[in-house]
Design a protein around this ligand. Structure first.
Ligand SMILES: Nc1nc2c(c(=O)[nH]1)N[C@H]1C(S)=C(S)[C@@H](COP(=O)(O)OP(=O)(O)OC[C@H]3O[C@@H](n4cnc5c(=O)[nH]c(N)nc54)[C@H](O)[C@@H]3O)O[C@H]1N2
Ligand SMILES: Nc1nc2c(c(=O)[nH]1)N[C@H]1C(S)=C(S)[C@@H](COP(=O)(O)OP(=O)(O)OC[C@H]3O[C@@H](n4cnc5c(=O)[nH]c(N)nc54)[C@H](O)[C@@H]3O)O[C@H]1N2
Ligand code: SF4
Ligand SMILES: [Mo]
Length: 742
């Protein structure tokens, strides 16, 4: 250390939690501050991988814009700093007054992606609402404006206990509307490299995406369809496999029912029909089907691109059905590809959990009369739950690590709703779009200031296939790397909910090691009632989270770089003698939706003379939704979200890269900055979300970008079960606008 410019510099090890990939990191700490983050090269599986967001963690932690002490909004709109204890007391008093007058059902919670810092945070909001006696009606999460169709489809189809075949060794894979190289969805460990290796190992990768993405680089086949037509394409692939008898008849006979119903339902989806609806080549549908069915292993997976137009549940259901007819689930005697380490020690059998109906219409929601479901309240209705008078009108909202002012569909309506609340609390680290509207801003601890562990990643498999996790028995725990900056007054999100509940005289029951979802439980969760006399430590919460884990958390803590537990037997057992469950290929609700899709020739949103382009979503590598927009290092390169267009469309509209345009849907208007992208299907406009200013602030396309949510209508068309409005495949028109130079 003699030559070190700073003799106090030392290396510590942590986990990046900016996104759910959870990369192990090596952190240089000087004078108690993190000064540099790189990937931990000693990690047994990540091999030192990180992305720009992880390496910019020091700049986020010590950003001049970070909120370090609680802020209270004054009548003139300015903020003053107050001590944490006072903030909690004042918020509790205001909640008490609201409850007394209007009842507990007028208080809601909305957690988001800033909550990933610590695996207790994402779930504690639900447990707070349970303690209030209003679960699930007042628990709004991002799941119902994301891919809730995964859970719903899995309920209708049934879940294969041993899970899908592993990606890393598969011989084929069909990705529908997902770009894991950037998003890390599905593949958490260095996805670019993992994908390249898989292709090297013989995988025929098939990508269905209107854009040739980073994940398409090594693809065997790229199909670039008209947005929103994935259900027809998947039905077409199923039809080829079923009519050409390329499926695994034995697996189906042993494990599934409804194949005749499915055959009849997909029969009209001829390659020619699909080609004409989706604007693709009929031969590509046949090639995708044959390649998939003839390979010895591999899965079909869907993500946001397929889920954001309507019919996300149907797309997921058809993907599950494709996997089932081809027998693409892990069998007895094979290694479990989602092995438990910090999840409970339970026998894993090659057998299904039976389907169940995941909705209950007996107590419909106030807005749009939606059923209660296993995925919480329908977040697409949250603005109207706030704006619509009557019993149960939401009057107070606690946002933890979420940014509804830009993430909720229909930004203008969401903005009106948020500003009309009696009480808005934002647990955040920045004056985000939402924090700027909040009555109180509660500063959370950031990722390097809290402990972390990989149990959350293991458990993500219960929310459907292609959600994350590890294909080997890997576990990792990391202690906090640094303390919050001197002079700060911060609290972890979960601690805030605990303190608030305690002050309101409510006791939170935390459900640890929840190994399942809905009615499919490998092992029911272990309740841990949080004591009222003293706040548990985060470490105690971690113990509760990992209660009954296959490897004790204490043991996992010994390996600071993480460890692969090769010594664990992860062999899948045969179907149990008492199991008579079967997967369902012909669910009547899904079959009826498929018939409607055929009838209408696919999705209902199509380009027209007035709205000739289709807006589609994408993820930015440097940002995690809105996270990173204020990071000095990340935002220095670019702080807006470009409006990507094919060069042919630039010519068509007489535009050049850098031009500012107005983007208009039937519902709203935003500004965007054009950027040419030759690998994008002509006729589409591809743009990231969670950017832009608030509706009452001036547009700033070059600085803040544009908020694509403003183009969405919360009530025109939505999922009939969980209420997600159309968020993809949105017809828009564009025109150049003059913008004063800044
Ligand atoms: N138009 C459109 N809308 C969309 C989408 C889309 O593609 N298009 N995508 C949808 C999807 S999939 C999702 S998941 C949602 C995302 O919706 P949200 O989760 O609501 O949005 P984020 O931008 O992820 O919000 C993260 C917030 O956490 C804060 N934050 C950052 N670090 C920390 C921290 O350490 N602690 C705490 N407490 N807060 C922190 C950030 O400042 C930010 O305010 O958006 C949905 N909305
Ligand atoms: N770097 C980074 N990582 C993230 C996030 C982030 O903001 N930044 N967000 C996180 C969140 S909240 C989530 S939910 C996940 C999402 O993870 P993914 O679902 O993998 O998200 P994307 O990377 O946007 O990939 C979606 C793809 O769908 C394509 N697409 C758009 N419309 C259609 C369509 O109609 N049909 C088809 N077939 N494809 C279409 C888009 O071109 C895009 O390539 O990513 C997570 N990871
Ligand atoms: S933000 Fe980047 S470094 Fe951090 S966990 Fe995600 S992929 Fe890894
Ligand atoms: Mo998401």
């Amino acid at each position: 250390m003699v030559d070190s410019p700073n003799e106090t510099a030392e290396t510590r090890y942590g986990i990046c939690k900016v996104c759910w990939a959870g990369c192990p990191v090596e952190v240089t700490v000087e004078d108690g501050r993190a000064t540099k983050v790189v990937g931990d090269r000693q990690s047994p599986i990540y091999g030192g991988y990180t992305c720009p967001k992880g390496r910019a963690m020091p700049e986020a932690h010590y950003s001049p814009t970070r909120v370090l002490r609680p802020r209270k909004r004054m009548p003139d709109g300015s903020y003053i700093e107050i001590p944490m204890a006072q903030a909690i007391e004042e918020i509790a008093q205001r909640l008490e007054a609201i409850m007394e007058k209007h009842g507990p059902e007028t208080i809601a919670v909305y957690p988001g992606n800033g909550n990933l810092t610590n695996p207790i945070n994402p779930v504690i909001g639900a447990m707070f609402i349970m303690a209030m006696g209003t679960y699930p009606d007042r628990f709004f999460s991002v799941q119902t404006i994301d891919q809730a169709g995964k859970v719903i489809a899995q309920a209708l189809h049934g879940r294969w206990m041993a899970g899908p075949q592993p990606f890393s060794t598969a011989k084929t894979w069909i990705m529908v509307g997902t770009n894991p190289v950037i998003s890390k969805q599905g593949v958490m460990v260095n996805p670019g490299q993992t994908l390249k290796q898989a292709v090297k190992g013989g995988m025929k990768l098939i990508v269905i995406d209107p854009r040739a993405t980073e994940s398409t680089a090594h693809a065997f086949l790229h199909i670039a369809p008209q947005p929103g037509q994935d259900a027809s394409i998947l039905a077409g692939i199923l039809r080829v496999i079923l009519t050409e008898k390329l499926y695994d008849a034995q697996f189906v006979a042993d494990n599934a029912i409804g194949i005749e119903t499915l055959m009849a339902a997909v029969a009209p989806f001829t390659p020619e029909h699909v080609a004409s609806v989706a604007g693709i080549a009929a031969e590509d549908v046949v090639l995708a089907a044959r390649t998939f069915a003839e390979a010895e292993s591999g899965c079909v997976v869907t993500a946001t691109g397929a889920h954001f137009p309507l019919h996300g549940t149907l797309c997921e259901y058809l993907a599950l059905s494709l996997n089932t007819v081809c027998g693409r689930w892990v069998r007895a005697g094979q290694p479990h590809a989602q092995p438990h380490v910090l999840l409970p020690d339970v026998p894993i059998h090659a057998q299904p959990y039976a389907p169940y109906q995941p909705w209950d219409h007996s107590r419909p929601s106030r807005i749009n009369a939606l059923p209660q479901t296993v995925v919480g309240a329908p977040t697409g209705t949250l603005p109207d739950e706030i704006l619509t008078p009557g019993p149960g009108q939401v009057r107070a909202l606690i946002c933890s690590g979420s940014n509804p002012a830009v993430s909720l569909p229909d930004q203008n309506r969401a903005g009106r709703a948020l500003s009309s609340l009696d009480l808005l609390v934002a647990i955040d680290v920045e004056m985000s779009n939402t924090a700027r509207m909040a009555d109180y801003v509660i500063p959370d601890r950031m990722a390097l200031e809290t402990p972390a562990c990989s149990q959350f990643s293991e458990s993500m498999k219960y929310y459907g296939i292609w959600t994350g996790g590890y294909e080997m028995p890997y576990a990792h725990y990391a202690a906090p790397v640094v303390a919050p900056p001197a002079g700060s007054d911060t609290i972890e999100s979960w601690e805030f909910f605990y303190e608030l509940a305690r002050r309101l005289g409510k006791q939170i029951v935390y459900y640890g090691n929840a190994a399942g979802t809905g009615q499919h439980w490998d092992k029911p969760p272990v309740p841990f009632t949080l004591p009222l006399d003293r706040r548990p430590t985060t470490e105690e919460m971690f113990e509760a989270m990992c209660a009954g884990s296959r490897v004790p958390l204490e043991e996992v803590k010994q390996y600071i770089h993480g460890k692969v537990y090769d010594e664990l037997d992860i062999t899948v057992l045969p179907r149990a003698a008492d199991c008579d469950a079967m997967l369902q290929l012909g669910d009547p609700t899904m079959m009826a939706e498929l018939a409607a899709v055929f009838e209408r020739r696919g999705d209902t949103a199509n380009p027209s003379a007035d709205f000739p382009l289709m807006l589609i979503p994408r993820r930015a590598n440097d940002m995690m939704n809105s996270i990173g927009r204020t990071n000095p290092k990340l935002a220095a390169r670019r702080s807006h979200n470009p409006a990507y267009l094919n060069p042919a469309d630039l010519d068509r509209f007489g535009l050049a890269s850098g031009d500012v345009i107005s983007i208009r849907s039937e519902h709203g208007e935003i500004k965007g900055v054009v950027e040419a992208e030759p690998r994008l299907r002509p006729g589409t406009l591809s743009m990231s979300h969670c950017f832009g200013t608030n509706p009452d602030e001036a547009d700033d396309p070059l600085g803040q970008g544009g908020c694509t949510s403003r183009l969405m209508d919360a009530n025109a068309a939505f999922d009939p079960v969980f209420g997600q409005p159309r968020m993809g495949a949105i017809p828009v028109r564009i025109e150049a606008v003059a913008v004063a130079a800044t």
